[in-house]
Design a binder for this molecule. Sequence first.
Ligand SMILES: [Zn+2]
Length: 711
Amino acid sequence: MYLLLGISSSGDAVVATRLWLEKLAGSRTQALQTKLCRQRLRLKIRKVTVPVRKRLWFVCLLALCAAGLGLLLSCEHARGGAFAARKMIILGVDGLDPDLLTKFMAEGKMPNFARLAEQGSFRRLTTSIPPQSPVAWSNLITGMNAGGHGIFDFIHRDPKTFQLYFSTSKVEGPKHSLHLGSWVIPLGSGSAEQLRHGKAFWEILDEHSVPNYVYRIPANFPPITAKGKTLSGMGTPDLRGTYGTFTFYTDDPTAAVGAVEGGEVVQVAVKNNRVATNLIGPDNTFRKNAPPATEPFTVDVDPLESVARIALQDRQFVLKEGEWSGWVPVEFQLMPFIGDVKGICRFYLKQTHPRFQLYVSPLNIDPENPALPISTPTSYSKDLAKQIGEFHTQGIAEDTKALTDGVLDDKEFLEQSHTVLAEHRRAFDAEFPRFHEGLFFFYFSSLDLNAHMMWRLTDPQSPAYDAARAAQYGTALEEFYEQIDQVLGEVLPKVDSNTTLLVLSDHGFAPYRHSFNLNTWLLNNGYITRKAVASGDASEPFADVDWSRTRAYGLGLNGLYLNIRGRERDGIVEAGAQADALLQEIRQKLLEVRDPKDGSQVITRIDLASEAYQGPYARTGPDALVGYNRGYRAGWKTILGAFPADVLEDNTNAWSGDHCMDFTKVPGVLLSNREIEAPAPALTDIAPTILSEFGIAKTKEMLGQSVFQSR
Ligand SMILES: [Zn+2]
């Protein structure tokens, strides 16, 4: 507009128009607006050309040019006028805690949040039951609770087989397929299936032709069909079909070799200053017993200096001790000429001498050649990688397990975490300037994962507290908060009177100082009976449980299930009055549990599914949700159906902050540039709010209402 007027005044309208059109064409930020204008232009052409004879084409063309120019002008004018397109920006910041935010704002560390809170609104946002990210984001996505969308936990079970599976997705393979751990890469047709039910808010926006962009929203793998650009996030597996499996190579003879939680330790030998070993890829089901595919690589270690040269396929690069590589592409050939799978990984040379230590990140699905669907359109992940470079595609990209296993230390984990946030910010900087109308949703994982891992360094009461490390890294978490504030600083100048901004989190945070082993408690209290003689694999979930004498069991981070006749394979509890009475009895007893150390109540709330959930899936998940007090959480082993000796244990793990607790104790946040009318907004209000902003009625299944509506 400015260019057109500026040059027009010089009298050279033709040049000006061409320049302006070039500017429009070159500016992808305006592409959508231009497209709309062109559509209207085409309509105009059709209307005008029908009655006109061919020989009049030249006159007509001139007229059309004038009409077109006028229309372009009016389009441009409309953008700033009363009919300008509605815009909504949502920053989804996983784990952004209201108390920490309030503290950092008061300390002047988050000036942009402080400005938004002061000029707009800042509320606590009621989270989901249970307050776990896949459940919480599904509440936000669908406007329903777990009864409607069917996601109750990270982990679900098949009641007939007691097979456990990730709650949000599964892959159906055709006859010929490549397996990635529990996943299958179909050769030809076959499909990954998303298990979340209910319509996502962006599906409804698509139906109403509201442009939208959705970056890495959790519980959207594989991404549902969408008109706009979406990239899958939490729930996206690595190339081995896990939530992330690193590899650690060492020549340390004392190292515990083999599978560790979240990774694998491989023993290597340094011979003539060279390590020759293999990168471990996805399972190759074309071979007998489906061994993992491997690709050889070598590391030449300098005998004197702390450097090494790594050679993998056609690539060579040198790393100094303490240095990370960039993304390295790798191709696994599973069957000659038919099946190859591409991934990307990063190398970290932890030590050259006296011991050789090399960390290799989980193999991420290559965004330039995705083995499984991770974006809409399919080409989007490639386009984004071309603009910002390769990036983590794995759902939970921060390698928390490498830290808890001691493979990475605090400094190294933080370096890796900062890389993840830097990638998010590069994607943000590439996409946000293009946003001109409709909805822009962008997700950040950093506050959640770093609060999980770094909480102990801010909490002297944590059994994992270490004063020396706290002095060094005690401000690490707030530095991530400050970066999110910087992102908000980029957003605020673009928020005009026609824009609604929401900054929100799915839940807050609390210390996780002690583990409660629910299954051990159920065993000790006679609700679970184990066979007298152990049989089978003791590492299997619920190993040696005598189901004919077991009435209840715990599974997942908050789930309490009854062993219901007809539902569970060997169920013995009758649904109805018997089940209800048993649940009430267990609930009462669990609420009475006290920590013998200081008398603290361990469990402050238990929600029954029959009361907490509405919708067709209300009774397919846990029968009750255990709400732990701040400071307590289900122990890692009980989650997967194991029985540690003690009911209560100190949590000395680096994973020291959490939120899988009593949902009233870990609310999220909701900030907006507009006045929020709802006194106690909830995650289930967000989808209705989004629709309402675009004049779309909420669906009848949605439980909440727009937070801007008075109630
Ligand atoms: Zn979390």
